[in-house]
Write a protein that binds this ligand. Sequence first.
Ligand SMILES: Cc1cc2nc3c(=O)[nH]c(=O)nc-3n(C[C@H](O)[C@H](O)[C@H](O)COP(=O)(O)OP(=O)(O)OC[C@H]3O[C@@H](n4cnc5c(N)ncnc54)[C@H](O)[C@@H]3O)c2cc1C
Ligand code: FES
Length: 262
Amino acid sequence: MDLKDKSLQLANGAVVRFNELVLCTHYPIEAIRGLNVMKLEVKRSYVISAPAHMPLRNQYLSADEPKRSIRTVFIDGRPHFMLGGESHIAGITGDTNERYSRLAHELQETYSLGAPTHHWSAQDPSTPDCVPYAGPISSSLPYVHICTGFRKWGMSNSLASARIITDVITGVKNPAIELYAPDRTGFGTLLFQALKTTGYVAKEFTSGHVQRTDTPICTHMGCRTRWNKADETWDCPCHGSRFRKDGSVLEGPATRPLDLSD
Ligand SMILES: Cc1cc2nc3c(=O)[nH]c(=O)nc-3n(C[C@H](O)[C@H](O)[C@H](O)COP(=O)(O)OP(=O)(O)OC[C@H]3O[C@@H](n4cnc5c(N)ncnc54)[C@H](O)[C@@H]3O)c2cc1C
Ligand code: FES
């Protein structure tokens, strides 16, 4: 990708020239590296569901710990009670079955429902100050926009981010542009959290290489992956890249497959 030249090469070899590039690949893919991207923390979370007699009237999110959300989902026309929670930094644990089991236990004990019929998990990045990054990645690349850090509030944050990026590109004044700017700086919580995330990545890079000498090395920036038992994927604790059993990329920022030959 030659960003200065406003061109990029697709996986099939075709070269695309652009005036404005909007990179909305969840965690910005590895072609764009920088401090702001390093500041993203990726949290994984779990959801299970089981058939229920009637739908809930609302959706609910707990204010205290452990965090839980409940709502109704209709599957084949039948209401299912959906329970979510068990969030953790992506790639930090291998025994992900344990997370599903805890939710399943709660489903039966607290809500008197049967065994779950569906379960899945997903992840989302957060920024240090919890406000997404939407807009030019830096003042030196004003035509490359990123859009990330929705912190599991994608339905509202994606709309706000799309509006902001549209306004930046079309030159419309919008006070939120500065607030969401990916190259914003800050003090207090923002700086503290950024250092925490960067420190965690540095620690994981070192300890991963000492403790997990037999797991493949992530092709993003070289951290050791962990085997995720429930999903059967290689997950990277540093920036959340995920790879299928055969090493192919499931989720970025990595874009290149794992080398499983070692
Ligand atoms: C458990 C859980 C529950 C959630 N619940 C809610 C909720 O109740 N309400 C809510 O508002 N939000 C919720 N969210 C958050 C929401 O799902 C996310 O914020 C949102 O999906 C993120 O959108 P995105 O566009 O950044 O990324 P994505 O939706 O992941 O889209 C990224 C796209 O980029 C593509 N892509 C990636 N890499 C490449 C590449 N190298 N080349 C080409 N394309 C690529 C992908 O295929 C994908 O289509 C939840 C998240 C989780 C984890
Ligand atoms: S995702 Fe960055 S090193 Fe693996």
